[in-house]
Design a protein around this ligand. Structure first.
Ligand code: GAP
Length: 443
């Protein structure tokens, strides 16, 4: 009987982390040098999964729509961008430092502070004293330039949004977009998180996919599009295969909204440690365009071609990490059977759609036939894995852990009637399929 793990079940996180390492999904960043906190490297299967997720997102947001275009802006930007966007001032955390071991924690995280005090007490190291709270910028500083004294101090982007906002004029002037329209982007963001942790959940380097959707500056329009994007994003997550009961909306309180937001709602996921933000929908009003117009001195208004009205559009943003939902997808897909672990990923997300095996590896005629099928599927653009190690049972188990929906085995019958067995990941049922119909079958 398959056992579906609810994400609140203890141990799920450890199991997913171990599987990610074992099956080449995700490794700790810079591992052989002792690691670098808050960074992760995607391996052969993980990079395919991540690419599939990003490709699907891009298809939904850009390819299939006629009101959204894409950009790919630079990570390094003129430092004035961050003054204008308000991040230099607002993108900071208030921290306290433990006077015993100098670890810094967020001043508002009472639970974490108590836990830390307990750890010192249990080791007999005495009572923790905390420093007065101090503000630390979350932006990651960098320098660019070859000559020491001519170096420019800048920041790696803390969110990918600014690259879209500063190109608003360029996009309007170079394309046929008309309000309402959106600009989509996928890319890396960097944050000096004080306490990175919970695997990919809070990292210092991570990826985001976002759409800035520009609308007429109007309360009613704002509410309409905000609601539209909330539903649109919830539906997208369900399409990805998330279990409905593991998702919920949560509106931000007035005192927790980001400095740019008039309204904000998160889609949250039920993690083993409680409900957590997976992504956010924000009404940014005209905050960004107004500030960039003010700081750059460039006109960023939009002129309606039909009415001739000129205005600064409002921006309804959908902002998600890539890594965070990816981790939640792995948790939702993780299933344990009596004798196997299965990642029940949506076939579109699965790193490999198919794995091809020869029944045994010491029969050249079987290996050659299996190799031909493997290469033909790859050439047809179907992500396909090859395995000839161990016995068939072990190969099935390995592919189940990677989430490969179908395994093809070439056996002696294949040589006689040109059929192969195709085994289904979820049911483990096998059927015989003609080799020349395999491609159509998988599509
Ligand atoms: N442009 C708006 C923005 O960046 P955010 O709520 O700060 O808003 C959006 O971040 C999403 O980015 C989050 O919902 C989460 O999915 C992801 N994210 C934020 N910080 C992260 C971190 N340190 N590690 C991994 N993902 C993160």
């Amino acid at each position: 009987m398959a056992q579906d793990f609810t994400p609140t079940e203890s141990g799920l996180m450890q199991k997913v982390v171990a599987l990610c390492k074992r099956r080449g999904f995700i490794f700790p960043g810079s591992e052989i040098y002792g690691g670098l906190g808050g960074t992760w490297d995607y391996g052969p299967t993980g990079s395919l999964l991540k690419k599939n997720l990003k490709d699907w997102w891009w298809e939904e947001m850009v390819t299939l729509r006629d009101d959204i275009v894409g950009v790919d802006a630079a990570i390094m930007m003129n430092p004035r961008v961050w003054e204008a966007s308000g991040h230099l001032e607002a993108f900071a955390d208030t921290l306290v430092e433990c006077k015993l071991c100098h670890i810094r924690l967020r001043a508002d995280k009472e639970e974490e502070k108590k836990e830390h005090e307990k750890e010192h007490a249990e080791k007999g190291e005495g009572k923790v004293e905390w420093t007065n709270p101090r503000r630390f910028s979350t932006l990651v500083a960098a320098q660019v330039g070859v000559i020491e004294e001519d170096k420019t101090n800048l920041y790696l982007r803390g969110e990918i949004t600014a690259g879209v906002q500063i190109n608003f004029r360029n996009v309007v002037d170079s394309t046929r977009v008309r309000v309402p329209f959106g600009v989509a982007q996928i890319g890396k963001a960097f944050r000096n998180e004080i306490t990175p942790g919970n695997f990919l959940f809070r990292s210092r380097e991570f990826e985001q996919f976002e759409v800035q959707y520009y609308i007429r500056p109007d309360e009613t329009e704002g509410k309409k599009w905000f609601e539209y994007w909330k539903q649109n994003r919830r539906d997208w997550h369900l399409k990805l295969g998330f279990k409905k009961e593991h998702l919920r909306f949560r509106d931000h309180r007035d005192d927790e909204r980001a400095h740019y937001a008039i309204a904000a709602t998160d889609i949250e996921y039920l993690t083993p440690w409680g409900w957590e933000e997976m992504m956010g929908i924000h009404n940014r009003g005209d905050y960004d365009l107004r500030r960039h117009q003010e700081f750059s001195g460039k006109d960023l208004t939009y002129r309606d071609p039909e009415t001739g009205e000129t205005f600064l559009p409002w921006d309804i943003e959908t902002s998600s990490g890539v890594d965070r939902p990816l981790m939640f997808l792995l948790m939702d897909a993780y299933t344990e059977d009596a004798d196997r672990v299965v990642l029940k990923l949506h076939p579109r997300l699965a790193p490999y759609k198919v794995a091809v095996f020869p029944l045994v590896k010491n029969k050249p005629e079987l290996v050659e036939k299996a190799r031909t099928i493997f290469l033909a599927l790859k050439k047809a653009g179907i992500s396909t894995a090859w395995d000839e190690r161990g016995n068939i049972g072990k190969r099935y188990l390995a592919q189940d852990e990677i989430g490969t929906p179908w395994c093809v085995t070439v056996d002696y019958q294949t040589l006689e009637d040109k059929t192969v067995t195709v085994r289904d990941r979820d049911t483990t049922l096998q059927e015989r399929i003609k080799v020349d119909t395999l491609e159509t079958h998988f599509r």
